[in-house]
Ligand binder design. Structure first.
Ligand code: GAR
Length: 210
């Protein structure tokens, strides 16, 4: 099974959905480490409840982003992580991190990128007057929410939406598509060609012996 390390700074609902899928045997991946830069992240509690090893690495204890990333990379390597999954991890990654896991870091973002990168994403979509929003799973590169897109899901923006109601509608889709993206990676079906991610068709099951 693919060894996944999840980085989270907050509540951890995306972690929870991944855990449910992996512990339920629905995807060929196991979460071997949950790491956070925040000791009070809800994600850590969810991991502990599921019996998954956790690490807290507080970015405030490091002189530079690179030093923090070096510590994070060491923890992930120690756990034998093959795919890094950012789930509400609110830190930009430096080259140190990106080069340690080339094309092996995924992020989920609550908009249809390239629209509305960064923070306060639902507010951006509402204020812009967009009729649709959604979420995006992408590989992480050196930019802010700019990496090659793996999967997106669309949700409508309704007349009386608030940031909260829109966020909840998007979150339900996040919980659906993030485990799917991890499964595609686990099946070895994702190939990055420039900006585009090619998804290979599912291999035929091996023929049964006569
Ligand atoms: C999710 O909506 C995720 O898309 C977003 O933070 C939330 C985390 O929720 N991520 C970002 O905005 C990344 N820039 P969760 O902790 O319940 O998974």
């Amino acid at each position: 099974k693919l060894r996944v390390g999840v980085l989270a700074s907050g509540r951890g609902s995306n972690l929870q959905s991944l855990l449910e899928q992996s512990l339920g045997g629905k995807i060929d991946a196991q979460v071997v480490l949950v790491a956070s830069n925040k000791a009070d992240a809800g994600a850590l509690e969810k991991a502990r409840e599921a019996g998954i090893p956790t690490r807290v690495i507080d970015h405030r204890g490091f002189a530079s982003r690179e030093d923090f990333d070096t510590a994070m990379v060491a923890a992930l390597r120690e756990a034998g992580v093959e795919l890094v999954v950012l789930a509400g991890f609110m830190r930009l990654l430096s080259k140190v991190f990106l080069e340690a896991f080339p094309q092996r870091i995924m992020n989920i973002h609550p908009s249809l990128l390239p629209a509305f990168p960064g923070l306060n994403v639902q507010r951006q979509a509402l204020e812009y007057g967009a009729r649709f929003s959604g979420c995006t799973v992408h590989f992480v590169d050196g930019g802010l929410d700019t990496g090659p897109i793996i999967i997106q899901a669309v949700v409508p923006i309704l007349e009386d939406d608030s940031e909260q109601s829109l966020a909840a509608r998007i979150l339900a889709e996040e919980h659906r598509i993030y485990p799917r993206a991890v499964q595609l990676f686990a099946e070895g079906r994702l190939r990055v060609e420039g900006r585009r991610v090619r998804i290979a068709p599912k291999a035929d099951p091996p023929e049964t012996a006569l």
